[in-house]
Design a protein around this ligand. Structure first.
Ligand SMILES: Cc1ncc(COP(=O)(O)O)c(C=O)c1O
Length: 470
């Protein structure tokens, strides 16, 4: 088994950092200019998560590829952290968008496309009623609100290591390794009250109450789940079919069946967020795994890159919501002035009808299998202490021998040096991976030659670090 030499890793980071900076003078100059007008020098703080000290500035995208302002071409396997999963220029979406732009973009009135989209979402995911948002974050905010209205309960459960967007209550999953104390038997906790994160309340001598707050528990731990639910005050569990935000974490066999059984037993609603797991196929995992959510959310690639997201609800939830109807408006489903706009709906219809199809997934999933087979072979042949996992057309390699079962184990496998090195290494060789982990997503225009390119770079990377064949 290869032992990773830390001095070697540091040397390689230095070498690759130098190359990254030397080859991108224009991006560097723009990043310097941006410091004087943009917070943290970027239009969206997350754009600082890339390795290299400054982000590349994009000139244009085309299908599976990007060109930066210094003239470098990249195979883009980050794809806007899933927002660009349909490729950067999906022809059907572009055609629909161009047509709609000349007919008006936003009216605060429905267009006929929305009816087709609602029916198509029901066909794919099973839930009968839908609402449209601009971001998955907004869909999740609405989903929590609906769950609270319906159950008349406030606290929610999220999993340690999860992320569901810019949603204060759910951000605790990603931000913190603190687990609901009774589930873990420790005396520290975190919670959100009225949208404010309260941390270390015990440390300050303040008892968090049972009627507010977010409970963070470990994925794949059924005892912790039942303990947390048995207080009978939990509005909902918000989760992905498989976790994707601390790397891929697969559910144990039977975990989802128990999650569904226990949530029903304790009167808690189940929200399934397929924003990332839509990489699994046209119907995500909701139908294939028979997850039967009460509420469902999905965003990012659903309109080919035009900001759009959806929330679906079951017939029972809809019936309950009707009881809380105030005049014509259902307060809790929220949304915003621009939600469900004509442009979003035209883009979503075209994308669902022509891009996110069975045929597309057959192609991207088969290429992802090819990538994973290659990477797995090289890891094993060189005795690297790593592993690679695939989830539909998404794959991730991690710096541990075996896959983690929860967020805590996933965090333990983080290696910031290797993480930085691998991103620099791939960018310098024309490939973008997804920060903040080592994730790839395969776009429709990707070819077998692109996968060979990726796997050759991975092979070079391994040979720099390995002690030779096992
Ligand atoms: C599973 C999941 N849900 C929701 C979101 C929020 O998406 P957005 O930032 O587009 O609102 C994210 C973002 O990464 C996510 O990973």
């Amino acid at each position: 088994m290869t032992t990773i030499e830390r001095t070697k890793v540091k040397e390689l980071i230095k070498r690759e950092e130098q190359r990254y900076a030397d080859e991108r003078p224009r991006s560097r100059a723009l990043a310097d200019q941006a410091q004087s007008s943009l917070i943290f020098g970027v239009p969206m703080a997350g754009m600082n998560e890339w390795a290299g000290g400054f982000p590349i500035y994009v000139e244009s995208g085309n299908g599976a590829y990007l060109t930066d302002v210094d003239g470098h071409h990249y195979l883009d396997l980050c794809l806007g952290d899933t927002g660009g999963m349909c490729g950067h220029t999906p022809p059907a979406t572009i055609e629909a968008v161009v047509k709609q732009v000349s007919k008006g973009m936003t009216f605060w009135l429905p267009t006929e496309d929305s009816i087709w989209v609602g029916k198509e979402l029901t066909r794919r995911f099973g839930l009968p009623y839908w609402q449209v948002y601009l971001r998955a974050s907004d869909a999740n905010i609405a989903a929590l609100s609906v769950a609270r209205d319906v159950t008349q309960r406030y606290p929610i459960i999220v999993f340690n290591g999860s992320y569901h967007g810019h949603v204060p209550e759910s951000r605790l999953g990603l931000m913190n390794d603190k687990i609901w104390p009774e589930a873990r038997g420790e005396h520290d906790t975190v919670e959100v009250r009225d949208g404010v994160v309260w941390r270390g309340l015990h440390a300050q001598g303040i008892e968090p109450t049972r009627t507010t707050g977010t409970r963070v528990i470990d994925f794949n731990d059924l005892d912790a789940l039942e303990k947390a639910l048995s207080t009978k005050d939990i509005a909902c569990v918000l989760c992905e079919p498989a976790m994707t935000n601390v790397g891929i974490i697969m559910p144990d066999p039977g975990y989802h069946e128990e999650l569904r059984r226990l949530t029903r037993k304790y009167g808690t609603l189940l929200i399934i967020d397929e924003t990332h797991t839509i990489c699994g196929g046209p119907c995500g995992y909701t139908k294939p795994w028979n997850l039967e959510p009460d509420i469902f959310t999905l965003g990012k690639p659903v309109a080919g890159g035009v900001p759009t997201a959806f929330m679906g609800i079951s017939a029972d939830v809809e019936k309950e919501l009707q009881r809380h109807r105030v005049g014509k408006a259902l307060k809790s489903i929220g949304g915003g002035t621009l939600s469900g706009n004509a442009l979003s709906m035209a883009a979503a219809k075209a994308t669902l009808e022509h891009v996110l199809t069975e045929k597309t997934y057959e192609h991207t999933i088969s290429l992802c299998k090819k990538l994973v087979d290659g990477v797995d072979g090289m890891i094993k042949a060189n005795g690297m202490p790593w592993h690679v996992l695939r989830l539909g057309c998404r794959a991730e390699w991690r710096w541990s021998k075996t896959p983690p079962r929860n967020g805590k184990e996933a965090r333990a496998a983080f290696d910031m040096d290797l993480h930085e090195l691998v991103h620099l290494y791939f960018m310098n060789r024309g490939i973008l991976l997804t920060p903040p982990h080592s994730m790839v997503l395969i776009p429709p225009e990707c070819t077998a030659k692109d996968i060979d390119h990726h796997n050759n770079v991975f092979g070079e990377f391994v040979s720099e670090l390995s002690n030779g064949p096992d």
